[in-house]
Design a protein around this ligand. Structure first.
Ligand code: TA6
Length: 304
């Protein structure tokens, strides 16, 4: 399992506390920084070198066993929202609600400088893992291994999710990286690259094909874009970001707007103004995994 990765114990050097939760702090030599909670394997901060925070994290989020953190990058598995394969599962599955284990860290070939002092490295990565236990079996009777590798690169954050079927029967799943991005002012934000992409408007329940290339925001938005063929550039005041994905065929764009946001107990009433979710997802066609098979998908966030 640990190939080029260092042993999990090495990662303990990078662990600190964040709202009472163990969190891995990654830093590259160029000065890029990220924080990843063991809870949910949730990235809750990404600051490219010389830049500002790119992820939105609610100041009213809960932190604790069985709870979902509101912001950063929640990992959604084995079901997106209530959209298949199993309606009895909790909304958005269970992966975001539990603490994952540390599977390894990658912190470069040589860490010490001439004086023997530790120095940060060009790339920094952490890998976390979740497998079935009594709690997951009670909700979803399958054996699985879920691995999230978080790689901090110059001006880029790469999240790679792998699902392995470690059991004796097949299973289906839908999944997402439910990425909350900081946009400063949602009324001035836009997402491009959508022309000709088929989508479901989950607010109205209607399907359509995007006529415009660029989506602007003036109210509640909850859309699932199917088979997205190209990266999606996000623009907002002080924000230029490209959101790309591999393996994940679908993308979700979500902002709850004022009324729904006010109804969320873990969001400030005006929190919707600063956030936009652009999610890498696999929803339309659930993935079926035979025993021994695996699936993987990546979301790549590049600061411009
Ligand atoms: O990805 C969009 C969505 O499915 C919305 O419908 C909205 O409910 C959102 O996820 C957040 O869900 P949560 O369970 O985290 O409140």
């Amino acid at each position: 399992m640990h190939d080029q990765w260092n042993r999990p114990e090495d990662a303990l050097n990078f662990i600190d506390d964040f709202h009472g939760q163990p969190a891995v702090h990654l830093r590259s030599s160029a000065g890029d920084r990220a924080i990843v909670l063991l809870h949910g394997a949730q990235v809750i901060s990404w600051i490219p070198a010389g830049g500002s925070e790119r992820l939105y994290l609610s100041p009213r989020s809960a932190y604790g066993e069985g709870q979902a953190v509101r912001g950063g990058v929640p990992v959604i598995f084995p079901q997106f929202n209530q959209r298949g394969p199993d309606f009895s599962l909790p909304k958005h599955g269970f992966a975001r609600n539990y603490r994952w284990s540390l599977d390894g860290v990658e912190h470069g070939p040589q860490q010490a400088d001439a004086a023997g002092a530790a120095r940060p490295v060009e790339r920094a990565s952490v890998r976390l893992r979740l497998a079935q236990d009594a709690r997951t079996q009670a909700l979803w009777p399958h054996d699985f291994s879920l691995t999230l590798a978080v790689s901090l690169q110059p001006q880029q954050l790469v999240l790679a999710l792998q699902v392995d079927n470690t059991g004796t029967g097949p299973f289906d799943f839908t999944a997402a990286l439910h990425t909350y991005l900081e946009v400063g002012d949602i009324a001035q934000a836009s997402v491009a690259g959508l022309h000709g992409v088929r989508y479901l408007d989950a607010v109205t329940g209607t399907g359509s094909v995007a006529g415009d290339d660029t989506l602007h925001f003036a109210g509640e938005t909850d859309r699932i874009y199917y088979e997205v063929p190209r990266p999606l550039p996000l623009r907002a005041p002080g924000v230029e970001l490209e959101v790309a994905m591999e393996g994940f065929r679908d993308a979700v764009v979500w902002n709850p707007w004022a009324e729904r946001c006010a109804a969320l107990p873990d969001m400030p009433d005006d929190g919707y103004r600063r956030m936009l979710c652009i999610e890498a997802a696999v929803i339309d066609k659930p993935v079926t995994l035979a025993p021994g098979d695996s699936w993987s998908g990546r979301q790549l966030l590049a600061a411009r």
